[in-house]
Design a protein around this ligand. Sequence first.
Ligand SMILES: NC(=O)c1ccc[n+]([C@@H]2O[C@H](COP(=O)([O-])OP(=O)(O)OC[C@H]3O[C@@H](n4cnc5c(N)ncnc54)[C@H](O)[C@@H]3O)[C@@H](O)[C@H]2O)c1
Length: 342
Amino acid sequence: MKISAEQEKSIIIKILTKMNVPLNEAEIVADVTSDADLKGFSSHGIGRFPQYVKGLKVGTIIPGAEVSVEKESISTALLNGNHNFGHVVTYKGMEIAIQKAKETGVGLVGIHNSNHFGVAGYYSDMAIMQDMIGIVIANTEPAVAPIGGKEPILGTNPVAIGIPSDKNYVSVDMATSASARGKLLEAARKGEKIPENVALDAEGRPTIDPEAALKGSILPFGAHKGYALAFMIELLAGPLVKASFGKNVTGTANPNVMCTKGDLILAVDPSKFVDTSEFKQNVDEFISEIKSEENIFIPGDMEVRNVKRFTENGISIDEVLLDQIKEISEELSVDLEEILSG
Ligand SMILES: NC(=O)c1ccc[n+]([C@@H]2O[C@H](COP(=O)([O-])OP(=O)(O)OC[C@H]3O[C@@H](n4cnc5c(N)ncnc54)[C@H](O)[C@@H]3O)[C@@H](O)[C@H]2O)c1
């Protein structure tokens, strides 16, 4: 079936507030999650919501927990998320990064004791909306084997970079693995195969079976280059921010254990280098140059097209996911029918 983004948000907010999540936190989780679905990142949309509900139930997500500043300078901060929702912690982190960038030109925020935050690009978008450049990186539970190996040691380590412009949405938001782990989970849930050259099974053999891939490893994107980038992210979003790294990272895919991943987020105020409007004009000029042919896209185009498409046509919810949401709603006496008919 198809639902609107407003219905999706409503489902998430009603369920979370029934589970004693403060309304403002539920709203952030709902906004980030529906943003993922609208942009076409269904691997990180409402399909991940049952995982968050599980985390709340077992206590690995602690709603209402204070996001505390452990260490601070004029342009940096180290945050302890105290195991609140990753969405809430990273949102707060980017707010602080933007504030610091307004004052000093850059705001660099490290985060530990957080949780899975959904799509990285939501937070770099927060910077774009304030005419800032936003960069978000994070490590995750191991999923990717180093080139030459078969044991997962690196995370899918996403990176998002957003750049302000007058006429375009300029954003790259992606895993450094050949596929986001969420896409494997989604394929497994839907009983679909995964593309070739994306994953290996536990014996290190290429596979298109998502279940076998989840027991094995995902390949890095772009061979050694993706591996090298994921390697660097693992360190910048791990030991630098007091988070775990490598095989000690837990809790981004498995909600039953406390999450030990880390994030590093950066906001940069272009006006501290050049005139911001001139910078934005140059960004658009470059894009015009790039788009010399009809079939050329820029990073961010796919998201813009998807937002239009899914706003018009609705967001798909597969049978298995619908059943999971129905079960959660029934348990909490949330009237799903009322939301879906509204
Ligand atoms: N929370 C986490 O721990 C975590 C971990 C991994 C990934 N993720 C999220 O998963 C989502 C999906 O990641 P993915 O790796 O599957 O994304 P993907 O492979 O679909 O790549 C998406 C990016 O590539 C750009 N792109 C696509 N086609 C393009 C073209 N022809 N020209 C130029 N740019 C193009 C898109 O605009 C987008 O920015 C992201 O939102 C990411 O943040 C989150």
